[in-house]
Design a protein around this ligand. Sequence first.
Ligand code: FE2
Length: 321
Amino acid sequence: MPAVEQISLTGMDAASAFPRVFQASQPLGLGDAVSWVSQYQAQVESQLNQSGAVLLRGFGLATDTDFDGVIQAFGWPNFTYADSLSNAVRRNRTERVFTANEAPPDVSIFLHHEMAQTPIYPSRLFFFCEQPARQGGATPICRSDLLLTRLAAAAPEFVRDCETKGVTYSQTMPPVDDLDSGQGRSWRSTLSADEPSAAEAKLRQLGYQWQWQDDGSLSVTTPVLPAVRELADGSRAFFNQLIAAFFGWQDARNQSQKAICFGDGSAIDGDAMSLAIDLAEELTVELAWQRGDVAIVDNFRVMHGRRPFQGERRVLASLVA
Ligand code: FE2
């Protein structure tokens, strides 16, 4: 089997780099990649737990089924898109693998923790670059634990409110998928419901409030969700969807600045959100994709997004329960 070495993309020490990178000297192909995972999984997990993101590069993986094989080699439980309340439109390639987001190339997807705007979220994410964009299209990643520390120093009152009040998210879902929006998943698909009555039953069970609109779309507000999460090692992270919602949930049905508020109904200050996005950008690292890259992201510690791009970009994803 070709050698795999831990390297750094940023000039930082390889052992403390973000993300941690495992680079193969020669393409492995699926069989050897699976063997490598079974041999080095503990090391990958340890690096993932320390840094929040791991990149496997040069492993010679080409297709969605190669990606699926590597995912299965890790043996972690699947988190299905069908059961999720994700608001992005996606297409499944295999049972575990789907297209990352069908939103148009010029749409920026702001930093977020996957599905932190719902009560059900994945613990880890896999990404796979099947086809890098001609230009742009990086996946920005940002450590939310470091962000919370910076925010707490700069805006202690805002962080205290996040901790004590929690947050709610409001959003209007179309009756059929809207492919022009990064949040265009229909209420039928989101709630796995054909009929309004079934949608209402699901929302009631999840503690949401809702209102039907004349055009058949459905406006919903989540129950109060935490905005800060304690991680397994005792550190705390800005685990929420506030940045993506406040700056990005803009489409034919939604005005992004009205998408969030504190759990007691009080408004979230726009200045605090501007500070949060500025500090997050300072901490952000660009995952500039190369064909065949596999990235693993700790969804509790690290936010991700998508930069605009030109050309065709196919980045696939898979979620871990
Ligand atoms: Fe995402």
